[in-house]
Design a protein around this ligand. Structure first.
Ligand code: NAP
Length: 245
């Protein structure tokens, strides 16, 4: 059987980085997309290779058509047609009340979290229809919590990701492409520092039924399972991995 070839966007840090390494262990060759942090991307690519999988890192902004296309063009050149996509690259902008969010931040969050996911899904589907494949969209528990006072606009893009997942799963089931989402709760990554509150995962612990924030490796396991043969009858699912939140 040929190896799985999987694109992971936002693979240089956090949940995406853990996913690249987990997928490598589970037998995938990995195409790692990232935006800026070349050193981090290179480090993750080395970890993927150290467990015996192939890896190519591609610097590309997924919110732009040319960027999304370049990730898949590189995949095709290096490893052949992709069998998997993990749509993961995401941003929140600063934490705060909705009335104070700048138009620039609103646009960026929609562009990266929604348009970027749409562009990557579209290209993946164009390659997978006929040969089959699986997509996992990384959503967020925020999609159902709404995240008042923090980032309602971000939560809204994640709710759209859930709808994208359900609709695409129904459209693509007949052509052998499965589409699912994983919805993490608060997870220990750089994202909280980027939104202006590095200690957020620690402070949130008392609100989480399991008493702590998640670790990226606890999210990547769910992602890898959804891409695996064990999930062959699972599509259109939004799998919450949020410590009970
Ligand atoms: P993170 O640590 O901030 O990493 C974000 C990743 O996305 C980085 O690899 C970054 O690349 C990449 N990226 C950002 N903008 C991009 C763009 N325009 N084009 C391409 N790549 C881009 O984030 P994370 O916490 O792991 O989050 C990953 C996903 O999980 C996101 O979709 C997020 O919404 C979701 N999520 C996270 C949490 C949480 O608590 N952390 C909870 C629920 C859902 P560079 O390194 O090059 O900047």
């Amino acid at each position: 059987m040929s190896r799985q070839v999987t694109v992971v966007t936002g693979g240089s840090r956090g949940i995406g980085a853990a996913t690249c390494v987990r997928l490598a262990r589970d037998g995938h060759d990995v195409v790692l997309g990232y935006a800026r942090d070349e050193a981090a991307a290179r480090g993750v690519a080395e970890r993927v290779r150290s467990v015996g999988s192939r890896c190519v890192a591609v610097r590309a902004d997924t919110s732009e058509e040319a960027g999304a296309e370049r990730i898949f063009d590189t995949a095709l050149e290096e490893f052949g047609r992709v069998s998997g996509l993990v749509n993961n690259a995401g941003v929140t902008g600063p934490l705060g009340a909705f009335a104070d969010v700048s138009t620039e931040d609103l646009r960026r969050v929609v562009d990266v979290n929604l348009l970027g996911y749409l562009l990557c899904c579209r290209r993946a589907v164009r390659e997978m229809r006929g040969s089959g494949g699986a997509i996992v969209n990384v959503s967020s528990a925020a999609a159902t919590l709404g995240s008042p006072g923090e980032y309602v606009h971000y939560a809204a893009t994640k709710a759209a990701v859930d709808t994208l997942t359900v609709g695409l799963a129904k459209e693509l089931g007949p052509v052998g492409v499965r589409v699912n989402a994983v919805s993490p709760g608060i997870t220990e990554t750089d994202m909280h520092a980027a939104m202006g509150d590095p200690d957020r995962p620690v402070r949130a612990a008392s609100r989480i039924p399991l008493g702590r924030a998640g670790r990226p490796e606890e999210i990547s396991g769910a992602i890898s399972w959804l891409l695996s043969a064990d999930a062959s009858y699972t599509t259109g699912t939004v799998l919450r991995v949020a410590g009970g939140m």
